[in-house]
Design a protein around this ligand. Structure first.
Ligand SMILES: *[C@@H]1O[C@H](CO)[C@@H](O)[C@H](O)[C@H]1NC(C)=O
Ligand SMILES: *[C@@H]1O[C@H](CO)[C@@H](O)[C@H](O)[C@H]1NC(C)=O
Length: 224
C-alpha cells in the first residue's frame, strides 16, 4: 500500500514537472547569455557565455524601426527578436516581434506559438484579429484593432491578424518565451516534408483527395 502511494506521488510529481516545463524555466542567475556549443550535448535552452566575457552587445538589437517588404503570397512579414537575435534573452522567458502587413488584406495566417502567450499592440493601421479556443467549444474570439489597441493571444491557441485597412499596418508583439516557436497551420498540414498521407487529410478535413493533392502541391510561404 505504502509502495503504491509512493508510486502515485512520484507519477504526480513527474506530471507536474512535465507540465511546468511547457513554460520557460526561471533563471537561477542574473543572466545566461547564449553561446554556441556545437560539439556540446543538448541542453534545454542554450549554453551560457562566461559572464566575464558578456557585454552590452549581448542584450542589444537594432533595426525594428525599419518597415519590412510585404510583397509575398500572404502580404505580411514577421521580424522576430528572440534568443536567436539577442543571446542575452536566454533563460529570461520573453521575446519580441515586429509584424508588417500590406494594405487591403495583408495576412498573418492562422498559426500557434507552442511555447508563448502573445500580447500585440497596433502602431499603425487596422487589423481584424482572432483566436480559437480548444475542443470541444472551439470558440472564436475576434476584434477589429486600431492604432494603440492591444490584444492577447493565449499560449498554444490558433490565432491570426488580417489588415482590413487601406494603409500599411504595423504591430509589435511581446511573447512569453525566449523562443516561442511558430506553427503555421496550413504550412504544417499541407506543406509538411515529406507530405502527410492524402487519405489522412481527405478524411480529417472532409475533402476530396484531388483537393488534398492540389493543396499539397501549393507553395506554402513562411512569413517568419
Ligand atoms: C550560433 O550559430 C548559428 C548558426 O551557425 C548562428 O546563426 C547564430 O548567430 C549563432 N549564435 C550565437 C549566439 O553565436
Ligand atoms: C519586395 O520584394 C519583392 C519580391 O521579392 C521584390 O520584387 C521587390 O523589389 C521588393 N521591394 C522592395 C522595396 O525591396
Amino acid at each position: 500500500m505504502e509502495g503504491l502511494k509512493f508510486v502515485a506521488v512520484f507519477v504526480l510529481l513527474a506530471l507536474a514537472s512535465s507540465l511546468a516545463s511547457a513554460f520557460d524555466p526561471s533563471p537561477l542567475q542574473d543572466f545566461c547569455v547564449a553561446i554556441n556549443e556545437t560539439d556540446g550535448v543538448f541542453v534545454n535552452g542554450k549554453f551560457c557565455k562566461d559572464p566575464k566575457l558578456v557585454t552590452e552587445k549581448d542584450f542589444f538589437y537594432s533595426g525594428l524601426n525599419i518597415p519590412q517588404n510585404t510583397s509575398n503570397p500572404v502580404g505580411s512579414t514577421v521580424t522576430p527578436v528572440n534568443v536567436a537575435q539577442i543571446p542575452g534573452l536566454n533563460t529570461l522567458g520573453i521575446s519580441l516581434a515586429r509584424i508588417d502587413y500590406a494594405p487591403y488584406g495583408g495576412l498573418n495566417p492562422p498559426h500557434t506559438h507552442p511555447r508563448g502567450t502573445e500580447i500585440l499592440v497596433v502602431l499603425e493601421g487596422t487589423l481584424y484579429v482572432g483566436f480559437v479556443t480548444s475542443n470541444p467549444e472551439n470558440r472564436l474570439f475576434t476584434k477589429v484593432l486600431n492604432t494603440g489597441d492591444v490584444f492577447v493571444f493565449p499560449i498554444g491557441l490558433i490565432h491570426f491578424q488580417f489588415n482590413v485597412g487601406k494603409t500599411n499596418a504595423v504591430a509589435f508583439s511581446g511573447l512569453s518565451s525566449q523562443n516561442p516557436g511558430v506553427i503555421t497551420i496550413a504550412n504544417a498540414v499541407f506543406g509538411s516534408e515529406p507530405p502527410i498521407n492524402p487519405d489522412v487529410l481527405a478524411k480529417a478535413f472532409q475533402l476530396d483527395k484531388n483537393v488534398v493533392s492540389y493543396l499539397q502541391k501549393q507553395f506554402w510561404w513562411d512569413n517568419n
